[in-house]
Design a protein around this ligand. Structure first.
Ligand code: ATP
Length: 203
């Protein structure tokens, strides 16, 4: 089977920053968050099922899912959340596979924020790369990028696995602290290793 990488990390750890450095070197990125978002945008392929399951009330004027309303519907209601996920998860899976088939890079990187949390992803990729930084750094980055309070960032982090649990799932780790040249050097080394693995997976 072809070599694929799953890239993950907590909120604000630097997944996008690191993924883009790999893309600069020739890897193909499949952004699962972006694909998931597209499913429920206007004319997204999940919209008909959402109308069938939840009703037209959950669709905005522009044809997109009403995210705020859906968030309210599923918050604290595991059975409603499961009903939504039963629609979205198979579609995310088929869309990411489609994107992977169309990719032309030297290997594929699935960028999956909740890779460790969602279980099945780990078995779908050849290797897991965790982008890691201290929690205090995550908090500072997300506070300044999104204008959130420390408490709000901590609440998001509380819904994700701990730094230790995520690191335990890692085959490789990038320490995303310090300036970009330090990150680039780590990316270059790993890319060389992944190219070799991709090459030997072909034979
Ligand atoms: P999210 O989970 O919220 O999508 P992410 O893990 O993709 O985040 P990025 O968007 O790459 O993280 O980075 C979060 C913020 O921190 C961005 O504003 C980014 O510019 C900044 N950042 C990332 N890495 C570094 C670094 N090494 N030094 C300084 N700032 C950084």
């Amino acid at each position: 089977a072809a070599f694929t990488l799953g890239l993950t990390g907590g909120i604000g750890s630097g997944k996008t920053t690191v993924a883009n450095l790999f893309a600069d070197l020739g890897a193909s990125l499949v952004d699962t968050d972006l694909l998931a978002h597209q499913l429920t945008s206007p004319s997204g392929i999940a919209i008909p099922d959402i109308i069938r399951q939840f009703g037209q009330d959950f669709i905005q004027q522009d044809g997109a899912m009403d995210r705020a309303k859906m968030r309210e519907q599923v918050f604290g209601h595991p059975e409603e959340k499961a009903r939504l996920e039963a629609i979205l998860h198979p579609l995310i899976r088929s869309e990411t596979e489609k994107a992977a088939r169309a990719a032309t890079g030297s290997y594929i990187i699935f960028v999956v924020p909740l890779l460790v949390e969602s279980g099945s992803w780990k078995s779908r990729v050849s290797r897991v790369l965790v982008v890691d930084c201290p929690e205090q750094t995550q908090i500072q980055r997300v506070m300044s990028r999104n204008g959130l309070s420390e408490q709000q960032v901590r609440a998001i982090m509380a819904a994700q696995v701990s730094r230790e649990t995520r690191l335990q799932a890692a085959d490789d780790v990038i320490a995303n602290e310090g300036d970009i040249s330090q990150i680039s050097a780590q990316v270059r080394d790993l890319h060389a290793k992944y190219l070799k693995l991709a090459e030997s997976a072909k034979t």
